[in-house]
Ligand binder design. Structure first.
Ligand code: PBG
Length: 290
């Protein structure tokens, strides 16, 4: 169990199998896997090791559910690096964008080989989508799609996730060198979105969701590809904590927030409420908004 994400757990290979089968039965459309390696190193090599935990889990999940739900993999190194950054750190302690791209290319191929149908680069390195597309195509995985975390803000709302994946930036740095400044609205977000589409992204994502409904709406207006929004860990935990205190009605607020994200224009929502939502017999497209 993850204390700061009530109802969410770290899985073993075995418990994951049971979970994905149940999710497929419930009609959840897709899952996205994040890995926690037993050892971390400076380049995050566990992320592209063929025997790395996510590669094993991807293969397990595909075997368990086949094509009944879409199996996606988050593509980044922060869970796998001993320093906690989303990229390779240079001698000055800064993230080296271009050296990181070489690692991302290897991760993409390893994930595709293991059975990922969609890879989702979340590290916000410049040029990541193009390098990943080229690597996938070069390895014969032209049919693996890219869900690009295109407009990802340096948000305070990722706190519980970092507990979930045992990931803290050593020395107390932050991700403001590569994630977006939340003072910047759709203009910067759209530059990122169009750059990713030019490089071959199949779907684009805005993250977090609720504080960025304006960005979701602008992106939905500007592009023809599916737009995803990530309702992140802090957004989920705030509802859980307030509801546990009896301060808000859990089901009403969760429904209201997911509906708001859909109303803003998201076609796809990544949310820790997916299971709860599907258990009610709901499907995303039941939530049509004007
Ligand atoms: C980076 C990544 C993060 C999340 C998803 N992918 C953390 C970060 O950028 O610090 C956060 C997700 C959440 O808070 O739910 N690999």
């Amino acid at each position: 169990p993850i204390t700061s994400l009530p109802g969410v757990v770290q899985h073993t290979r075995e418990s994951l199998l049971a979970e994905v089968r149940e999710l497929a039965d419930l009609g959840v459309g897709a899952i996205i896997l994040f890995g926690i390696p037993s050892t971390k190193d400076s380049i995050g090599s566990g992320a592209f090791d063929p025997e790395g935990i996510v590669q094993l889990a991807l293969a397990d999940a595909r075997e368990a559910v086949g094509d009944r739900l879409v199996v996606m993999a988050d593509l980044c190194v922060d869970e796998y690096t001993d320093h906690g950054h989303c990229g390779i750190v240079d001698a000055r302690g800064s993230v080296d964008n271009d050296r990181t791209l070489e690692v991302y290319a290897k991760i993409a191929v390893a994930q595709a080989r293991a059975g990922a149908q969609v890879v989702a680069p979340s590290g916000m390195m410049d040029g990541q989508v193009g390098v990943i597309r080229q690597a996938l195509d070069g390895a014969g995985f032209g049919d693996v799609s890219i869900l690009a975390y295109s407009a990802k803000y340096a948000s305070g709302l990722y706190g519980p996730f970092r507990d979930a994946v045992d990931c803290a930036i050593v020395g107390g740095g932050d991700r403001k060198g590569y994630q977006q400044d939340w003072r910047n609205g759709p203009r910067e977000a759209l530059r990122e979105v169009f750059a990713d589409l030019d490089q071959g992204a199949d779907m684009v994502m805005v993250k977090p969701a609720l504080s960025y409904l304006d960005v979701i709406a602008a992106v939905r207006q500007a592009v023809d590809v599916p737009v995803a929004a990530y309702h992140v860990s802090g957004e989920y935990s705030m509802i859980k904590a307030a509801a546990a205190n009896g301060w808000i009605d859990h089901d009403v607020v969760a429904t209201e927030q997911l509906t708001a994200i859909r109303r803003a224009g998201a076609d796809v929502i990544l949310t820790y409420f997916a299971r709860w939502f599907a258990e009610r017999g709901w499907r995303p497209f039941d939530f049509q908004c004007e």
